[in-house]
Design a protein around this ligand. Structure first.
Ligand SMILES: O=P(O)(O)OC[C@H]1O[C@H](OP(=O)(O)OP(=O)(O)O)[C@H](O)[C@@H]1O
Ligand code: HPA
Ligand SMILES: [Mg+2]
Length: 179
């Protein structure tokens, strides 16, 4: 285990099982639809998206957006800015936003409002981790992997100050690692 990790919340195996379930559910729900696009929110969702799309037995487009609100802090700045927009045209497409973690919800609130204004056919959100205690806005999540406690999380794509993204598990970071 990494020396800065307090506890492992979800192992590689538990995550893989959950990602398979989510992929199956999305496959069933979108079976008769065309023009599905999965949008990963960089950088954190990169690992989850990579695993999830291979569990979806339908043709899907894949694209990424980069927005950053945390930077080198454990607190959301509350200001969300688009650093990279989509490459693929999404008008008329069924959009699934893929997020690693929903905390205050401010990132997704901003993104959903932004994408809804682009004449898309539908919009759903798929998040691996949900920290409901911290929510600062009203947000409907359509697919959720796991609920997590109000602790700072790292691993499986999720960082603190750009570190720990390559841990294969989801873990609670020791407070001394960021204090
Ligand atoms: O619900 P919220 O409070 O808005 O927090 C969730 C967002 O914060 C993290 O991104 P971050 O800004 O750290 O960028 P990163 O994915 O590049 O690490 C995470 O990956 C989510 O996108
Ligand atoms: O718990 C977290 N860990 C890392 N990044 C985050 N962004 C929002 N919440 C978190
Ligand atoms: Mg981050």
């Amino acid at each position: 285990m990494n020396k800065d990790v307090e506890a492992i919340l979800f192992t590689e195996e538990q995550i893989a099982t959950k990602v398979k379930e989510l992929g199956k559910q999305i496959t069933v729900d979108y079976e008769n639809m065309e023009d599905i696009i999965m949008i990963g929110v960089l950088k954190g969702a990169n690992v989850f998206l990579g695993d999830l799309i291979r569990e979806i037995a339908l043709p899907v487009y894949v694209d990424f957006m980069a927005v950053s609100s945390y930077g080198y802090s454990t607190q959301s700045s509350g200001v969300v800015k688009i650093m990279k927009d989509l490459d693929i045209e999404i008008e008329g497409k069924h959009v699934i936003i893929v997020e690693d973690i929903v905390d205050t919800g401010l990132t997704l609130k901003y993104l959903t409002e932004n994408l809804k204004s682009r004449k898309i056919a539908s919009l759903k959100i798929c998040a691996l981790l949900d920290k409901p205690e911290r929510r600062k806005c009203d947000l409907k999540l359509d697919y959720i992997g796991f609920d997590i406690p109000d602790r700072f999380i790292v691993g499986y794509g999720i960082d603190y100050a750009e570190k720990y993204r390559n841990l294969p598990y989801v873990a609670i970071l020791k407070e001394e690692a960021y204090q």
